[in-house]
Design a protein around this ligand. Structure first.
Ligand SMILES: C[S@@+](CC[C@H](N)C(=O)[O-])C[C@H]1O[C@@H](n2cnc3c(N)ncnc32)[C@H](O)[C@@H]1O
Length: 490
């Protein structure tokens, strides 16, 4: 099929309706109307601009989309539609490209990238949204005509008509390798994750393919907006009174079912914040870890942008302890300052956790929330799975090893280090901890599971592994390590 062939499109002007049938304006008596370009459909245009920004500028979708919505003045249902279309298309790219590959008679990388963006948007509407098929095709073709020109419009029309000939399940049966022959390849296409990511998650789930399927499906669903009431500064009841609902696990969490969290007083005033429940649970676990002797100085080695630092600083202040938050990037250190600034004893310093300015052995509790692949937070970052490469692992693991060694040097004998990643990848979790235990014979790993009271299915221990499909949280990993030796007097 040639995208430049023919001048397709429908006769006469049409206004694409979001989610509904294309509507014809009232006809004029007496014959032909001059041909007009279709009117732009703002939510679809916004979704298309989002795809382009991610593709061309490596933009972060979760930062770009809100700005585009503001710029276009979109709110309410239009904003929700643009969000579902843009984020859903980015998440589903792997599946949609496999389908489109069967509908276009050339390799997809020979299709102009802007045309491919439009085709992907059309495929998402046809295969995963409740948009009537004729409206999905006509509104997307109109978008192509407005943005790319008439000839591209007829190419898009022809391809999307092929896509629409069967539903998603039928397409997956046709284009994915059979699960019996290639389970990883099948799930990679069916659940739209890169093959190396599926293989890594499968290993982390000990090869249980039913659980793996549930995890990959959970990655494709938007995460709930979870709030944290920072202890001593806000109460969960205040969040509930403002429209939030009780959360499942964290005693300081509430879930906001709809609306802008920035409109809640407690969030605007920094007494509460937006934070995944898994992140809350690992910070609460570090604060609750049993400790002999002094409990005055806490350290967060990798604090930016500051979600866990804000919670730890509040918990420390309640007990008369103080948090020092380190962060290597100055602009991220400023973000940490913004969320911890009002808390007694909290301090922020720009520092490299591998060559830190603080005294060895000075801290009683240390958090190292290490930079990682982020494979546990794919629900929140629609494009992240396509951006990460398996080759990123080596340098990240080397950095994680060094940062954990730095944290173990910073903690006093008898003190506790929490090693945390928002990735369940075994190379970033179990292997990093095993290497640290090998290199530090005086360090013992504690069973972290009892420190998350009431949370089931945390894995075989001693580390904790949370999962989106089991707990509704990001896939946070927590290992708790205690440095040996006699505790200093309190
Ligand atoms: C996973 S994020 C931490 C998230 C943070 N704990 C929170 O809850 O908001 C990792 C952070 O480590 C920082 N980082 C990377 N290398 C570092 C280093 N060598 N020393 C200190 N911080 C580092 C990154 O800039 C990033 O802000």
């Amino acid at each position: 099929m040639d995208e430049r062939r023919g001048r397709g499109g429908r006769p006469g002007p049409r206004r694409p309706e979001r989610g509904g049938a294309a509507r014809r304006p009232g006809g004029r008596p007496g014959g032909a109307r001059p041909r007009r370009a279709p009117e732009p459909d703002a939510p679809r245009q916004v979704a298309l601009e989002l795809l382009r920004a991610v593709r061309e500028r490596d933009a972060y979708a979760n930062l770009t989309l809100p700005a585009l919505l503001r710029e276009r003045g979109l709110g309410g249902r239009d904003a929700a539609f643009a969000t579902e279309l843009g984020y859903g298309t980015l998440r589903g790219l792997g599946t949609y490209d496999a389908v489109l590959g069967a509908c276009v008679d050339r390799p997809l990388d020979a299709v102009d990238p802007p045309v491919l963006d439009v085709l992907r948007l059309g495929a998402h509407q046809l295969l995963a949204m409740r948009v009537p098929p004729h409206a999905a095709v006509s509104a997307t073709v109109d978008l192509a005509r407005v943005v790319l020109g008439e000839g591209r419009g007829s190419f898009v029309n022809a391809v999307l008509r092929r896509v629409g000939r069967q539903d998603l399940d039928a397409w997956v049966r046709e284009v994915a390798p059979p699960a019996e022959r290639d389970a990883v390849g099948h799930l990679s296409v069916a659940r739209s994750h890169p093959r190396w990511v599926v293989a890594a998650l499968r290993e982390a789930l000990a090869g249980d393919d039913a659980e793996l399927d549930a995890l990959l499906a959970a990655d494709n669903a938007p995460a709930a907006v979870t709030l944290v009431a920072r202890p001593g500064r806000a109460e969960v009841d205040e969040l509930l009174a403002a429209g939030a609902e009780p959360a499942r696990w964290s005693p300081v969490a509430a879930v906001l079912p709809s609306g802008d969290p920035g409109e809640l007083d407690a969030v605007r005033e920094g007494r509460a914040g937006v934070q995944d429940e898994g992140s809350q649970l690992v910070a609460l676990a570090l604060a609750a870890a049993p400790l002999e002797g002094r409990d005055e100085q806490w350290l967060d080695v990798c604090a930016g942008p500051g979600g866990k630092a804000a919670l730890l600083a509040a918990l420390a202040a309640q007990r008369g302890a103080r948090l020092l938050a380190g962060e290597v990037q100055p602009h991220r250190a400023r973000l940490v300052h913004a969320v911890t600034g009002g808390v007694a004893g909290a301090q922020v310093v720009v520092a490299d956790g591998r060559r830190p300015p603080w005294r060895p052995g000075a801290f009683d509790r240390v958090l190292v929330d290490a930079p990682c692949t982020g494979l546990g937070a794919l629900r929140r970052r629609p494009e992240a799975r396509w951006r990460r490469r398996a080759e990123d692992l080596g340098p990240l693991v080397a950095l994680q090893d060094e940062l954990l060694a730095g944290a173990l040097a910073a903690v006093r004998p008898g003190g506790v280090v929490a090693y945390v990643t928002c990735s369940p990848h075994l190379a970033e979790t179990r292997a990093v901890v095993a290497a640290a235990l090998r290199h530090h014979p005086d360090v013992e790993q504690l069973d972290a599971r009892p420190l998350l009271p009431g949370v089931p299915d945390l894995g075989p221990g001693p580390a904790v592994q949370l999962w989106p499909h089991r707990h509704g949280t990001d896939a946070m990993h927590l290992a708790l390590l205690r440095r040996g030796g006699a505790a200093p007097p309190s």
